[in-house]
Design a protein around this ligand. Sequence first.
Ligand SMILES: Nc1ncnc2c1ncn2[C@@H]1O[C@H](COP(=O)(O)OP(=O)(O)OP(=O)(O)O)[C@@H](O)[C@H]1O
Length: 260
Amino acid sequence: MEAPLLELRNVDVSFGSQPILRGINLTIRSGETVSIIGESGCGKTVLLKLLVGLLQPSAGEILFEGADLGDLSTFKLGSIRRRIGFLFQGAALFDSLTVYENIAFGVRLLRKFDEKHIREIVHLHLAEVGLPENSVSKMPSELSGGMKKRVGLARALALNPDVMLYDEPTTGLDPIMTDVINDLILQTRAKRPLTSVVVTHEMRTVRKVADRVLMLFPASRLTDSESQVLFDGSVAGLADASDPRIKQFIEGDARVLVKT
Ligand SMILES: Nc1ncnc2c1ncn2[C@@H]1O[C@H](COP(=O)(O)OP(=O)(O)OP(=O)(O)O)[C@@H](O)[C@H]1O
């Protein structure tokens, strides 16, 4: 059987004496859109950073197409990273560069294309995320939060990734812009073979985009025998889950601490 595209085996992450991830086992198959949910601080962003090699686990293995990231040369790790697009929380645009230069940045760095080809790529992806042509000359400070996210997405897609990692893509956006970004995540996947991991605490986003949901619980509040993954299944299955911590998360404010 084909190896999963991404796999975490018995992964622990601690910062100092603080355990953040504990014994995480997870497989993500090619083409899936997996949403990772859980209250603030439970380690969702840490998990995303592990997948792209921005963080190393304290124990366990992270595999990409069966290859352990911890065993790879810098060169091989670099070639895997280039296949992974990341839409950071807050979009993380370069403030001193125009929208055009932000989208072109990675393409210039990683591909030997002439300027005409780069211009085509920038305009193609600007159109894909629904931004008008004249936004190319704008500076990030002139953009709304939703526009920034769209530029961040265009910048990631311009590198033609096989995997897209989204960190809170709709947090802080109004409901209309949330739906625009949710639709873009769906369209992005419909246009190309893409595996996506979407970290969010917005159930609206989960319901719209996820094939599968994974819910984490803070490691610091688990008993020794409990799994940190409270739920791994379909969005529909989430609604039927009996664990009160899951119910509270999906019914209430995701950021409110659940008392156990
Ligand atoms: N580099 C780091 N050094 C020390 N602690 C860190 C580091 N990165 C994350 N943490 C801590 O790990 C915990 C989990 O952080 P993480 O950002 O993954 O949470 P999250 O589930 O994504 O939360 P949120 O929904 O608020 O973004 C937090 O307590 C955070 O302070």
